[in-house]
Design a protein around this ligand. Sequence first.
Ligand SMILES: O=P(O)(O)OP(=O)(O)OP(=O)(O)OC[C@H]1O[C@@H](n2cnc3c(O)ncnc32)[C@H](O)[C@@H]1O
Ligand SMILES: [Mg+2]
Length: 213
Amino acid sequence: MKRGGTVVVATKNAGKVREFAHAFGKLGMNVVSMFDYPGLPDVVEDGATFAENARKKAREVAEALNLPVMADDSGLEVRALGGEPGVYSARYSGEGATDARNNEKLLRELERVTDGGAAAEGLPDGAKLLSEARFVCALALYDPESGAFTESEGEVPGWIMDEPKGGGGFGYDPLFWVTAEGKGMAEMSIEEKQAISHRGRALASLLRRLGAE
Ligand SMILES: O=P(O)(O)OP(=O)(O)OP(=O)(O)OC[C@H]1O[C@@H](n2cnc3c(O)ncnc32)[C@H](O)[C@@H]1O
Ligand SMILES: [Mg+2]
């Protein structure tokens, strides 16, 4: 990856595209995504781990385009739900899943296994914390010429709130309380989120690895 270059990211998630465009933009690089290659078939995400899915997405798209491609597989692991939704985060609410439906399902499932949650210092007006959780992000970069993967992973711990807070981010961000920052993930700017998020950390680690090669 070099300044002025283009990074192909094998994603159809507009929230991820925004975050990668921001991060690579600061390095003088441009990001294209699967929105720029609408003809490519979807990759079936049937891996057991985030890393497996990230490798699969990167490799299939890289081979189709004959270009180095980076992929992101990520999700939310909730302690009170035994680590769910995990690798199923995107389709938690089933067929035709949307961020809003996934968030509703998460709150419904948590209502069944928690007893209303606990108040905590610094939380927005009246909100309660239902369960510890973490976001995880696996990144894989695949170069079809060498057949080599470069991989990294990042995570951020927090709690699930009993009601949404903030208008930023995407996915489960509105329900995710970042204890270390005393803020909801959706209350952060893209810059703030990048500095502490699973994706920001995974990307920093991938770039360190690439720099060290
Ligand atoms: O596979 P691609 O095309 O990249 O897009 P996707 O949305 O299907 O992405 P994943 O398969 O990696 O599923 C991850 C899901 O986990 C959630 N997620 C991942 N990162 C997140 C973040 O930074 N903030 C909030 N939710 C996130 C979100 O709901 C995603 O849809
Ligand atoms: Mg996906």
